[in-house]
Design a binder for this molecule. Structure first.
Ligand code: SF4
Ligand code: SF4
Length: 340
């Protein structure tokens, strides 16, 4: 008890990285609760089931980022905000806004895969005493993989598929119950899925954020947007002793001790380096402020954009699906007829 109080009183609350980890795990638990509720919702509509009805948790639309991207094109060029899974587009826009103002903070503050990846390399660090780095000559081409995947989705959805084709797709039963298909992707994974998850999980214990660094197209897109963020890690060269503790701690493996300003698509705004610096030589800030902003400003910005984005979606009537009970009653029993 005394230790806890000492930790809290002794500066833990001044360390934004600790706040980030609290947010990460609270968000992960909340996502798991959403998944559970959605599973109960779907179970009610399975033929022969006597499971009670629970309302559909709209937040599960966050698991439809590709649909959100398609919805973005439809909204932009067709002027129509997808009414079937509007929250998918609201969440996509919110996470893009987060990247635009607060680096790739979605990845290190909210993404459940990011949270589990971070937990995996930290466990690996304890078990093996260290994490490994992939050789530089291999690291660069591997980092390109996530951009290839992103390019593939951008080409198919944003370049090749006309807005009217997207509008037609979004009226199909497949899109209506794409969330149910996503659930079965997690609850009844194919052998290939299990292999991919197994291999990337194993590698995540050895290499920091293996999935995020090399394979995640969503993170790739947010990273590209984050270059425009006015907030960046800035190093005070006058107080820095070049001890390199920041660079050693950085989960994105960035050479912070050599930079005055960290300009990188890989920086997730995790603030680990800020906490690691023994001389308070690092800050997450803009070029504009005369004196360093208080440390709570950036965490507040991240959470503020998230809460603000979701609130705008809700208040503007672009959150809940227009599907009704009778639609689910008809569609969910058919979900097995659609392939992944
Ligand atoms: S530079 Fe700092 S904020 Fe950016 S990823 Fe590395 S440790 Fe996190
Ligand atoms: S941890 Fe701080 S003092 Fe050490 S190299 Fe990084 S910025 Fe400089």
């Amino acid at each position: 008890m005394n230790n806890t109080l000492t930790l809290l009183g002794g500066g833990a609350l001044q360390r934004p990285n600790i706040w980030r980890q609290i947010v990460q795990w609270v968000f992960l638990l909340w996502i798991m609760w959403l998944g559970l509720r959605f599973g109960q919702f779907v179970a009610h509509f399975v033929p022969g089931s006597d499971a009670p009805f629970v309302p559909r948790p709209t937040g599960v639309d966050g698991f439809l980022p590709i649909g959100g991207l398609a919805g973005l094109k439809l909204w932009f060029f067709g002027g129509e905000f997808d009414p079937t899974h509007p929250a998918a587009l609201v969440l996509l826009l919110t996470f893009i806004a987060m990247s635009l103002f607060a680096k790739k903070s979605f990845c290190s503050w909210l993404c459940p895969v990011g949270t589990l990846s971070e937990a995996a390399w930290k466990v690996g660090q304890r078990v093996f005493g260290r994490n490994w780095r992939i050789w530089t000559w291999l690291d660069y081409p591997l980092r390109g993989l996530k951009y290839l995947l992103l390019g593939f989705f951008v080409k198919i959805l944003l370049l090749d598929m006309p807005a009217f084709a997207i509008a037609s797709f979004m009226q199909t039963p497949y899109w209506a119950i794409s969330d149910v298909k996503m659930l079965s992707f997690f609850t009844s994974p194919s052998v290939l899925t299990l292999w991919i998850v197994g291999i990337t999980s194993a590698l995540s214990f050895v290499y920091k954020n293996f999935w995020c660094r090399y394979l995640c197209p969503y993170g790739a897109m947010l990273g590209l947007v984050s270059v425009l963020s006015p907030f960046k890690i800035r190093r005070n060269e006058d107080t820095c002793t070049n001890c390199k503790k920041c660079s050693k701690a950085c989960p994105a493996l960035l050479p912070i001790h050599r930079k005055e300003t960290v300009i990188s698509v890989e920086c997730t705004g995790c603030l680990t380096c800020v906490d690691a610096c023994p001389h308070a030589s690092l800050r997450m800030g803009t070029l504009l402020e005369r004196k360093p902003l208080p440390r709570w400003v950036f965490p507040l910005l991240v959470l503020g954009i998230y809460i603000g984005g979701v609130s705008i979606g809700m208040l503007s009537g672009h959150w809940h699906s227009n599907l009704e009970y009778a639609d689910y009653l008809r569609l969910i029993p058919m979900s097995g007829q659609f392939s992944h």
